[in-house]
Write a protein that binds this ligand. Sequence first.
Ligand code: COA
Ligand code: ZN
Length: 317
Amino acid sequence: MSEISSVVRKASRVEIVEVAPRDGFQSISNPLPTADKARCIEALIHAGVRRIEIGSFVSPKAIPQMADTADLFRQFCDVPGLRLSALVPNLRGADNALEAGVNELVYVVSVSETHNQKNVRQSVDASLDGLANIAQRVREHAGESRPAMRLDLGTSFDCPYDGLVSWQQVSAVLEKALQLTQGINLEVAFCDTTGRATPWQVADYFLNLQRMHGKSGIAWAFHGHDTYGMGVANALFAIQHGATVLDASAAGLGGCPFAPGATGNTATEDLVYALNGANIQCGIDLNQLLEAADLIASLPGGQTASHLRHVPRQRIA
Ligand code: COA
Ligand code: ZN
């Protein structure tokens, strides 16, 4: 196995960003008690998760589930070796995040105009203006104290309203975004918001977009949903074609009440199982992760989607 995999696999290690605390918890309509969230986050850290999107600094009217993000950040910001990020939809969110001490900001721009309007109630161009403002704020911090940024390009493959999104459309938005973020430590994620992408499409987009925009200093990430059952395959094709960072959600927690049948992000445990099979290191202990996933799945009101949690534990080695 290891001889074969060392020939066919390219990556030897990959970073996983656990997004259950943001993408997952926000999908539970009744906001969870902060203590319950904290127990789940603790279990994830115990399993070896080293990057977590802890929440978002958004309007509490739009997403009340995220109102305790600063509190959760405070609880975990001193854990050695743990990297926490938070989503910010605008300059106000960025200022709130920076004030809370968050030093990695996630900013979302959807490539598709309609989805961007639905998500953040503004045009793609207005979102890019917002990115420019946040980038300017980030640049006000000099040297090592300068926060890092993650740009999430939503609907990079498919839009629930406009259908297929071409890599050329992604490229056009990315081009502008890269001009606006010069001098900033940047990670770019291509997000399969609907889970409708297929593996060779993912490979094609990663190859073309890196050919057009690849330069040192940018890390490439893939944020996938598992709605069509493609989540793990898409993530593997992404890392075979240049991604070094994968987003995933323990227990596959997520889903959107406005998109019937939509499920959450690719389950972290399903992804880790696939990575373990090729000796690709991600630092996470699968058995401990399954315990964290069980805890997350026991939260009331959550929609989960995981293969591995339903396999008898003695069959998972
Ligand atoms: N943090 C806290 N409050 C905020 C805020 C922020 N980052 N941004 C705006 N607000 C408040 C405003 O003060 C205003 O409050 P008020 O009604 O008491 O005056 C209210 O939210 C609406 O603000 P407005 O500027 O009119 O924005 P909007 O109604 O067009 O909403 C967003 C735009 C982006 C702020 C809102 O839709 C949002 O937070 N969306 C979250 C998107 C998200 O996280 N999606 C999932 C990730 S992909
Ligand atoms: Zn998502």
